[in-house]
Design a binder for this molecule. Structure first.
Ligand code: GKR
Ligand code: MG
Length: 439
């Protein structure tokens, strides 16, 4: 089998005005849908980050990909790794996500691009062999993958612009009660069994109150996590960890309360000294295999938030699962705004990763049918889980009309990268800057 064509489809996907420590989500999130064509008539698909940079990084691989055997991925990995190492010498500041929105970190450009190609190849191989992707990488640890209710403080609005606005399903949610309402709506609709709150938006005391309100409303059988994306100092992180000791125990965690491996390690050390072993999770301080030795040695992170989109694909996810087992780390999964192809990528990756026992993050409830690019409409949750379909490859195919609409929206947009800080200045506060730590 040989790859004869690489097709890249940039799309814009309506997104509500969600808040985080990065700022404010723009009316459209950007994604790229990837297709590879093979000489035996098979099309493999995948989905990755969007905008100019991720697109250009994939475009730069075109001549390397055309003619490649989709089974032969290791040399592509080696080549990209070599390029990454050469560039790493030139880019100072390590490889953490602290100052980058996901998808814009120059140092995971190569693992991101590799993942997009690897997954499209796995989809093609699965179709050729009549096997689901998770069964190509060792087989599944589970037949269905559970996801969490991913709550956001948000302004009024459902996303999109002008005539193309989406319904505002959840309304404005900027206090504990409205977040409880948001959560109830999400759980009623999707059946989620774990809850994650995106924090780093309101004063820490208000976010503590929100977690307590969630605990009161849903009870201890729903594990809780909060993720302020590094908005807090070590001091504040320890205080929040202390005040939420009870609420974040029993399957919950404290995610990226503060920046960098050393900051996380200090929070851990101080919480442990108080007899508080709430685990710390990260998709900001620890974002690649190279971070694991230091992160583990300093006990900075007890739960790694994996993501097949930038850790290097689905096979890398399985390797990460084994690595976490070796270091006795927990494994969960990070997400960003995404469509149905990524939903299935995440589900197959999580199904094949035995160590991944937490409900994965997903932004999927924030997107709508109108933006979906897979045939037959959106992927369905069953009791908060995605079932691995009994279909070859990822188990989904593209709706080319919908893809064309997504591309049309993309072409009309004045921006080509995610910039939550700019959005915040435009719509909320003209003087807003991302300051870390903010509290
Ligand atoms: O969507 O604003 C967001 C999130 O903050 C996202 O970009 C993060 O990468 O969900 C992510 C996280 O867990 O940090
Ligand atoms: Mg996070």
């Amino acid at each position: 089998m040989r790859i004869t064509d690489l097709r890249l489809h940039p799309v814009a996907v309506a997104d509500p005005p969600l808040r985080s420590s990065y700022g404010l989500h723009a009316p459209y999130a950007l994604r790229t849908i990837v297709e590879i064509q093979t000489d035996d008539g098979i099309t493999g698909i995948s989905e990755t980050y969007g905008g100019d940079k991720p697109l250009a990084a994939l475009e730069a691989l075109r001549s390397r990909i055309i003619g490649m055997d989709p089974f032969q991925l290791t040399r592509l990995w080696m080549d990209l790794n070599q390029m990454a190492e050469a560039e790493a010498q030139e880019i100072a500041g390590g490889r953490t996500q602290t100052w980058f929105v996901p998808g814009e970190n120059p140092l995971d450009r190569h693992t991101r691009s590799f993942a997009a190609i690897e997954i499209a190849c796995l989809d093609a191989i699965g179709k050729a062999l009549g096997k689901p992707v998770c069964d190509l990488v060792g087989g599944r640890a589970r037949d269905e993958v559970s996801f969490s209710a991913y709550l956001f403080y948000k302004h009024a609005g459902g996303g999109g612009m002008g005539e193309d606005c989406r319904e505002d399903e959840y309304g404005e949610c900027l206090d504990p009660q409205s977040i409880v309402r948001q959560c109830r709506q999400m759980i009623d609709q999707y059946g989620f069994k774990e809850i994650k709150l995106k924090g780093g938006v309101l004063e820490p005391d208000q976010e503590i109150a929100t977690i307590r309100a969630l605990r009161e409303a849903f009870g201890p059988s729903y594990p809780l996590r909060i993720d302020p994306n590094c908005a807090w100092s070590v001091e504040t992180s320890v205080r929040v960890g202390r005040e939420l000791k009870e609420e974040l125990s029993n399957g919950g965690y404290l995610e990226d309360p503060t920046a960098e491996i050393d900051g996380m390690a200090e929070v851990r050390r101080r919480l442990l000294a108080e007899g508080n072993d709430t685990p710390l999770a990260s998709n900001v301080a620890t974002t690649c295999f190279a971070h694991l030795p230091e992160s583990t040695q300093k006990d900075a992170v007890q739960i790694v938030l994996s993501d097949p989109h930038y850790w290097g694909g689905i096979r890398a996810l399985v390797q990460l699962s084994h690595t976490c087992e070796m270091f006795n780390l927990g494994l969960s999964m990070h997400s960003n705004n995404h469509l149905g192809v990524s939903m299935m990528i995440m589900a197959h990756a999580a199904a094949a990763a035995p160590r991944l026992t937490y409900a994965c993050d997903t932004h999927y409830p924030w997107q709508t049918e109108k933006d979906e690019v897979i045939e037959g409409g959106r992927v369905k949750f069953h009791n908060g889980c995605i079932r691995i379909p009994d279909k070859p490859g990822l188990g989904v195919s593209l709706d080319y009309d919908q893809l064309a609409r997504g591309r049309e929206r993309y072409e009309k947009l004045p921006y080509r990268k995610r910039d939550d800080e700019a959005e915040m200045r435009k719509h909320v506060d003209p003087n807003w800057r991302r300051v870390l730590p903010r509290w």
